[in-house]
Design a protein around this ligand. Sequence first.
Ligand SMILES: Nc1ncnc2c1ncn2[C@@H]1O[C@H](COP(=O)(O)OP(=O)(O)OP(=O)(O)O)[C@@H](O)[C@H]1O
Ligand SMILES: [Mg+2]
Length: 338
Amino acid sequence: MGENIIELNNVRKEFVTAKHYPGFKGAVKGLFSKETVTKTAVDDISFAIREGEMVGYIGSNGAGKSTTIKMMSGILTPTSGTCSVNGLEPYKERKKNARNIGVVFGQRTQLWWDLPLGETYTVLKEIYEVSRHDFEERMAFLNDVLNLQEFMHSTVRTLSLGQRMRADLAAALLHNPKVLYLDEPTIGLDVVVKDRIRQAIREINQKYNTTVILTTHDLSDIEELCQRIIIIDAGKKIYDSTLNQLRQDYGDSCRIVFEWKQSPNARQADMLQQLSGQFTLHRQENGIQVRFSKKECTVAEVIAKVMGIAEVKDVQIKETELTDIVKKIYQGSEDRAV
Ligand SMILES: Nc1ncnc2c1ncn2[C@@H]1O[C@H](COP(=O)(O)OP(=O)(O)OP(=O)(O)O)[C@@H](O)[C@H]1O
Ligand SMILES: [Mg+2]
């Protein structure tokens, strides 16, 4: 893995907005009032990302993810702190920075509504001064991974959501940026298109060593693509680590559900009861659920122990899901804030 390509140092972003008063009368009053409220959307965030990394940037609604991405893209200027992307401060050198980055905001398109898609790419080619050779080669590659040809001649306004998202991703990649920001790129997509988009991101990262920052509420995107996640909450960074480490820190608990072939007799029930010193047991209608820490025991050992006592018809192994872990982290952060 290469050098740091993105560095954020104590970045803060405040929004100052007009104060709102309740009710209709209040709304009118608000129009004439000069009172303002300050909202801190990003609160003292620092992190560094190395070239070629794929990082999931996650947090609940309103956590400050899009605001961070807008600062890293040069759309917004931090209130304080500094941000550097490929050696530039994006908001100070917006044009130069634009050549280094590609951005997809899943919530709204960056494409021109009325242009046929093919023409959009020709315009972008001129804007980014992509040579004809590079353009042809890249379009062929993008077409290959994103399957664009079926709607290349349609105007953007007629594209379905999944087509538009693929078109947006291709537009963001046409100039082969070093850094790709994806803000909810799979929102509202069906499973097939979602898969295609993920595959494309993976291939681009492998082929060009593109650095990817991905924001999503679909944690399976993260599981499929990222080695590392940064979690923010109420503008503050609350977690930054590899997925493996995250699983070790939070996700080592495992559940195994056994279904009995024959209900245990009194002696077997007694032997099972003795396992409760080592594991957490929950009796179920036709079986038993065993919860344990993978730090202390392996799946194979637990299965062997239970099967040595009673006759088992079926076994299901349930690992802690990433969603559960992330929920726990969000909750921990809420508890601390209270
Ligand atoms: N231009 C703006 N003016 C005022 N407040 C803003 C502005 N942009 C964002 N905010 C506020 O800053 C906070 C962070 O917003 P942001 O869009 O970064 O959240 P997010 O993490 O992307 O959330 P989501 O998951 O819903 O997309 C929110 O409280 C939002 O209302
Ligand atoms: Mg957002």
